[in-house]
Ligand binder design. Structure first.
Ligand code: PLP
Length: 368
């Protein structure tokens, strides 16, 4: 099966195999050594000198942790959103009592820096800004460095980032860009199954934590820091996933982040040029198109469910439809982790065979 949804991603066999190792004592020396080794490598990937905390949760858990560890009910929060996951980040903050202002942009586009600047200028009571680095629902990457320059450089607000489908795939420099909190999850660029989330926390975030009054227990990062100092997790961890993470990180560091980002950028271009060559239309504005997930528009007259079913049943290729208002209107192809060009070529070939049979006439086909 060629699993080409934007997470979970296919996991290499040897990494999967690590998960079948016998359990160890999570409060013993072997775990402590692994925790420190893994944490050191996570810091390299996030490019930060601060500790990274490992949560047994999916990405949404880490988004919740970002919110409840830094904010209080009633705090004014500006949530930029370019799709479903930006909306979710806002909803989490709202549920916990934040006073949300949403700054939304048309689906398929990225955050507009001028609008961000003018919104922050208009309300100096805003305490924090929420940003999705890579919006998986539309296949768009925000220019996080420029956003951080505005949020931190010009307005000095707390910057909380959903990096779930970007960290370890798209270049990111947590400290240099002054991102206060970045949340990510194992089933995306990390070559791992779902189940772990990783979160960075700046010194400024810790100062916010000292005053933050939103309720928190399982995700209280003070517990994670306290236990980290003695080489333990606060609660029973997913030991099997930790084994897998240990090996995945060894691979990532061996490859080198510069090489990994370059490979990911190359693989990102591949489906975009292949789809355009078939006369299909990309959903995202090409200038901001993501290197981890590509969305294309379903051509008029084509039934997306039928197309998805044919790809699955006849080609063993699994792709994702759009979410919410984009359901049935786009198809998303994931290419995180260790995706090869051959795997993407198989998707392109299957589309090239199937779409004309379904009645699609490519505008690139010359009529004689
Ligand atoms: C950008 C982004 N944010 C949030 C989430 C939610 O993460 P999870 O499903 O791991 O809770 C996802 C998952 O696809 C995502 O891609």
């Amino acid at each position: 099966m060629n699993l080409r949804i934007p997470g979970p991603i296919p996991v290499p066999d040897d990494i999967l195999h690590e998960m079948s190792r016998p359990m160890i004592n999570h409060r013993g020396p072997e775990f402590k050594e692994m925790l420190y080794r893994v944490s050191g490598r996570l810091k390299q990937v996030f490019d930060t000198r601060e500790n990274i905390y490992i949560l047994t949760a999916s990405g949404t858990g880490a988004l919740e942790a970002a919110v409840v560890n830094t904010l209080s009910p009633g705090d004014k929060v500006l949530c930029t959103t370019i799709g479903s996951f930006g909306d979710r980040f806002a909803e989490i903050a709202e549920r916990f009592g934040a006073d949300i202002t949403t700054l939304g942009f048309p689906l398929g586009t990225a955050v507009d820096l001028e609008q961000l600047r003018s919104t922050l200028e208009a309300d100096d009571g805003i305490k924090a800004v929420l940003v999705t680095h890579n919006e998986t629902s539309t296949g768009v990457t925000n220019d996080l460095e420029s956003i951080a320059n505005v949020v931190k450089g010009q307005f000095d607000k707390l910057l909380l980032v959903d990096g779930i489908s970007s960290v370890c795939s798209i270049p990111l420099h947590t400290d240099a860009w002054r991102c206060d909190v970045i949340a990510t999850a194992s089933q995306k660029g990390w070559m791992l199954p779902p189940g772990l989330a990783f979160i960075s926390f700046s010194k400024r975030a810790w100062r916010a934590h000292a005053e933050a009054k939103m309720p928190r227990f399982y995700f209280d990062l003070a517990q994670y820091q306290h236990y980290f100092e003695i080489g333990q997790p606060p609660y029973t961890p997913s030991i099997s996933m930790m084994f897998a993470l240990d090996l995945a990180l060894e691979r990532i560091i061996d490859e080198g982040l510069a090489a990994l980002y370059e490979r990911q950028a190359r693989i990102g271009k591949f489906p975009r040029s292949g789809l355009l060559a078939q006369g299909l239309e990309l959903f995202a504005n090409e200038r901001v198109a993501s290197d981890t997930v590509t969305a294309f528009k379903i051509p008029n007259g084509i039934d997306s469910t039928e197309l998805i079913n044919i790809l699955q049943n006849e080609y063993q290729i699994v792709v994702a439809t759009g979410q919410e208002s984009l359901k049935g209107k786009i198809i998303r192809i994931g290419h995180m982790g260790h995706t090869t060009e051959a795997e993407i070529q198989d998707v392109l070939d299957a589309l090239a065979e199937t779409l004309p049979k379904m009645g699609f006439i490519s505008p690139t086909t010359s009529v004689v």
